[in-house]
Write a new protein. Structure first.
Length: 342
């Protein structure tokens, strides 16, 4: 089933407008409040085919999508369409963070970011080679986790004192036990096999206070993917993401000791709750020197992640400047303390 959102005023196609947060008509400018927009999803069985064919209700053209696409645009008339059977039943997201940056705002922000690169080639800094910019709702699982931690360790405290002509160092040993209960709320893990996990991790954090109940009009005019991995399959990764925070918390509770040696550390992390959500990402393709560079932008906060090209000439000049400045500073210090220049 394909969902088209038609303007009640002029009959043109409507799409989600990030600036106003409404379902907007590009023809007459009419805006509809998504929260109050009537929604009737038809539950349908999802067919696990490699490619599935739909017919655009707007122009009648055939739309071919892979099995993981939940929202796209018609290649012929440009209408934003939502594939409702891929967003129903177990495939229906619970929440969504709508795009907060429009395509125009995202483009300007990316161009501004390109110009800040101190070591990037001048041609890249012009930011005039943007090949494409795509608004994509990426599937995530948000986990509420509880960790029960038990630690047995030996801590040392060192005291130094003087008695007569002698300086004594006294080391005391203490058995330390910690029984800790930790809760972590909304730990995100991307559930799309197409997206680079490290790239998605670096786009964090999202402001989860802006999560909204999922409604398909938010997807109109954008591309959306359904999840490839279940919450059970991604739970180990969610646990891994909080390991460093658990270790840091344990260290803080043992901060009064000079040294700490762990004899036993038991960490039992369980999922209390997991929600399937869609989070906004702008994907940008940039052509430079016959190579394609991919960048990602948090569609809510504007944070940009990616590796721009490096100018060898600028890098050499920067390194030479740093090395020369360091050498000069060392010479000045040597002269001040009486070493002179050599």
């Amino acid at each position: 089933m394909i969902l088209h959102y038609k303007c009640p005023g002029c009959g043109s196609d409507m799409s989600f407008d990030a600036a106003s947060g409404t379902l907007s008509c590009n023809s007459c400018g009419r805006q509809e409040n998504i929260e109050n927009y009537p929604e009737q999803l038809v539950t349908a069985l999802f067919e696990e085919d490699e490619v599935k064919e739909y017919h655009c209700n707007n122009c009648g053209a055939e739309i071919l999508t892979d099995v993981h696409t939940a929202a796209t645009s018609c290649s012929f008339c440009g209408a934003g369409v939502v594939l409702a059977d891929r967003l129903s039943g177990n495939l229906a997201p619970v929440k969504v963070i709508p795009f907060k940056l429009s395509r125009e705002e995202a483009t300007k922000a990316f161009q501004k970011w390109c110009k800040k690169g101190r070591l990037t080639p001048k041609g890249f800094m012009n930011a005039d080679r943007i090949k494409s910019i795509t608004g994509l709702y990426v599937p995530f699982w948000l986990y509420d986790l509880n960790s029960r931690v038990q630690v047995n360790a030996v801590g040392t405290k060192v005291r130094t004192y003087t008695s007569g002509d002698y300086i004594y160092t006294e080391t005391s040993y203490f058995d330390a036990f910690r029984d800790i209960n930790l809760d972590y709320i909304k730990v995100p893990v991307d559930a799309s096999e197409k997206m680079n996990d490290k790239l998605m991790d670096k786009l964090e954090p999202y402001e989860y206070g802006e999560l909204k109940e999922f409604k398909t009009p938010y997807l109109a005019g954008y591309i959306a993917e359904k999840y490839n991995y279940t919450e059970e399959e991604l739970l180990p990764r969610a646990k891994h993401k909080i390991n460093s925070y658990i270790d840091s918390y344990i260290s803080q509770t043992l901060g009064g000791y000079r040294t700490v040696t762990y004899k036993d550390k038991q960490i039992d992390t369980r999922s209390v709750k997991s929600d399937y959500v869609l989070l906004p990402v702008w994907m940008m393709s940039y052509d430079f020197e016959q190579k394609e560079h991919i960048f990602a932008m948090n569609g809510q906060t504007g944070k940009i992640i990616g590796k721009p090209p490096i100018s060898k000439r600028k890098a050499f000049m920067w390194f030479s400047g740093v090395a020369g400045g360091t050498f000069f500073a060392m010479k000045c210090f040597s002269f001040i303390v009486g070493g002179g220049f050599w």
